[in-house]
Design a protein around this ligand. Structure first.
Ligand code: SF4
Ligand code: F3S
Length: 317
């Protein structure tokens, strides 16, 4: 059943400390680039708003987007599921299966106003027969679940732009959520926020949910990505940028230049054309990002990145 209790009530019941909750609010406010004092406003708001019902649907995907949430640091998946949000349905993580699972989804969406998370692309071919859950085509499950949702978050490149299944020749006629709305195959009044990446950064997912609950739908770019996370390219704040400016380019992944941190542009890095927060939010609890670890950016938060001319190891220009 959709939860009516507030975060504060739920936190008390779960025995989660006020200190842990405030730490989560502070880190989220910081990742959202909100001004000083916003953490207190977030904490105060989350203490009074009802916890959202979240239904997470997976379609044609590799489970990498769920994996990324499982590996999130702040909040951990335990607190994400048990404390901060009410994740009422998730194909992979939920305990019930079969009819009980589908009953849980229907109960969760019955009252409307839920947050619908979609990961994976949605196939239209043969009335959606290429992706079936519990005997139903995923496209039909998404249609039913999206109708009265308050917000739809399309997680990962597949749900946002079609991703790998959409790559030529797109054998299953796979598309992202917004593509389906544009073609009239999916009807809903709910706003869509794209959180692309392969996978996306986990803190961005929780950041979008918290922003929606406390402030509203975040400002979006022309590809429906939150500008706070996708407002600049990964190149803009890359640690190898000084070498790019100086014209120092590695020629192979194990040459002396690569070891000295030279720019990876000539090895195919798509950083200058890729909007994402990898170099600011970073990965694995703020540890690193691809170019920091020695590999160029593949452009995984951009539409059509699997089909780019020249492939992953050809310079973008
Ligand atoms: Fe830009 Fe890539 Fe070079 Fe970093 S490695 S400076 S992102 S081109
Ligand atoms: Fe993806 Fe490039 Fe970041 S490949 S993970 S957007 S550095």
């Amino acid at each position: 059943m959709p939860s009516k209790e507030t975060f504060e009530e739920h936190l008390r019941r779960q025995g989660v400390s006020r200190r842990s909750f405030l730490k989560f609010c502070t880190l989220t406010a910081s990742s959202l680039a909100l001004p000083t004092g916003a953490a207190k406003v977030i904490a105060a708001t989350l203490a009074t708003v009802p916890r959202p019902t979240v239904v997470w649907l997976s379609s044609q995907e590799c489970t990498g987007c769920s994996e990324t949430v499982l590996r999130s640091f702040e909040p951990s998946v335990e607190s994400l599921i048990l404390s901060e949000i009410s994740l009422d349905y998730h194909n992979t993580l939920m305990a019930p299966s079969g009819t009980a699972a589908e009953d849980a989804r229907r109960q969760a969406i019955a009252a409307g106003g839920h947050v619908l998370v979609v990961d994976g692309s949605i196939t239209l071919r043969d009335q959606g027969a290429w992706s079936i859950i519990g005997g139903e085509a995923t496209i039909d499950i998404v249609r039913e679940s999206a109708l009265d949702a308050a917000l739809i978050i399309a997680i990962g490149n597949c749900a946002a732009f079609g991703g790998l299944p959409n790559a030529a020749p797109n054998p299953t006629e796979a598309f992202g959520v917004d593509d389906l709305m544009g073609s009239g195959d999916l009807v809903t009044a709910a706003p869509v926020v794209n959180v692309p990446g392969c996978p996306p950064i986990p803190e961005v997912i929780t950041g979008v949910i918290v922003h929606f609950l406390t402030i509203g739908v975040p400002e979006l770019d022309h590809l429906l990505r939150p500008t706070v996370f996708y407002g600049q390219t990964v190149h803009d704040t890359c640690t190898r940028l000084p070498h790019f400016v100086a014209g120092n380019f590695a020629q192979s992944f194990d040459d002396e230049g690569a070891r000295q941190g030279y720019c990876l542009l000539e090895l195919g890095c798509k950083g200058p054309e890729t909007f994402n927060a990898c170099t600011t939010t970073r990965w694995n609890g703020g540890t690193s990002f691809p170019m920091h670890s020695g590999h160029g950016c593949l452009g995984c938060s951009e539409p059509g990145f699997w089909d780019r001319d020249g492939g992953f190891y050809t310079p973008p220009f």
